[in-house]
Ligand binder design. Structure first.
Ligand code: TMP
Length: 207
């Protein structure tokens, strides 16, 4: 049986630049000889992508929003992510449960307890490494202003994103071995060099 793959997640407020680095990261892991699955949440399965459309665009209650995030995650985790890791593939996932702690728990002020309960119920694991892309809110907001068709989250105000960012920082503090904060306002080459160094450790099995 092949060795279990590693589970990497990318997080950050909208506009923090995580997607800019996702493609490079996937290619770097592939170049090191691993099979890589690049995926995202909410989404990553046919059901998950339908739920994504709903949750990003339809007005709904906070509880409904949170349950949809976890419904999509449950399908994704158990039908795609876990089987891939079992086959030995590495999984790079654009957002995972930390996003629910940050957006619903922090941004929407639901608190962490319901998120933790749902996380346990669907048996969601902690990723092996999470890179949290962090930028000052003005930078994130300026990047978002260029987005032509903002979704329900992107349309939120600055105070919402302050809360999301604070909740992400709290996650990083509470899980400091797993969640590494990357200053996304640095030049691209600097961010990439940092990721490259950390990825080398992961590839060597040292981290
Ligand atoms: P994306 O634009 O990075 O693909 O993410 C879609 C939006 O969904 C983003 O604004 C964050 C939000 N989101 C949550 O609110 N809770 C979650 O659990 C996840 C995965 C995403």
């Amino acid at each position: 049986m092949s060795k279990r793959g590693r589970f990497i997640t990318l997080e950050g407020v909208d506009g923090a630049g995580k997607s800019t680095h996702a493609g490079w990261l996937v290619e770097a892991i592939r170049a090191a000889g691993h099979t890589v699955l690049a995926t995202r949440e909410p989404g990553g399965t046919p059901i998950g992508e339908k739920l994504r459309e709903l949750v990003l665009h339809e007005p709904m209650r906070l509880q409904t929003e949170t349950l949809i995030m976890f419904a999509a995650r449950c399908e994704h985790l158990h039908t795609v992510i876990e089987p891939a890791l079992e086959r030995g593939a590495w999984v790079v996932c654009d957002r995972f449960t930390d996003a629910t702690y940050a957006y619903q728990g922090g941004g929407r002020e639901l608190g962490a307890a319901p998120v933790a309960a749902l996380e346990a119920w669907i048996d969601a694991p902690q990723p092996d490494r999470t890179w949290l892309f962090d930028v000052p809110l003005e930078v994130a907001r300026a990047r978002l202003a260029c987005s032509r068709d903002p979704d329900r989250f992107e349309r939120e105000d600055g105070i919402f994103f302050e809360r999301v960012r604070a909740a992400y920082h709290a996650r990083a503090q509470a899980h400091c071995r797993r969640v590494h904060v990357v200053d996304g306002s640095q030049p691209l080459a600097v961010v990439r060099a940092r990721l490259e160094a950390e990825l080398a450790e992961l590839l060597a099995g040292a981290a």
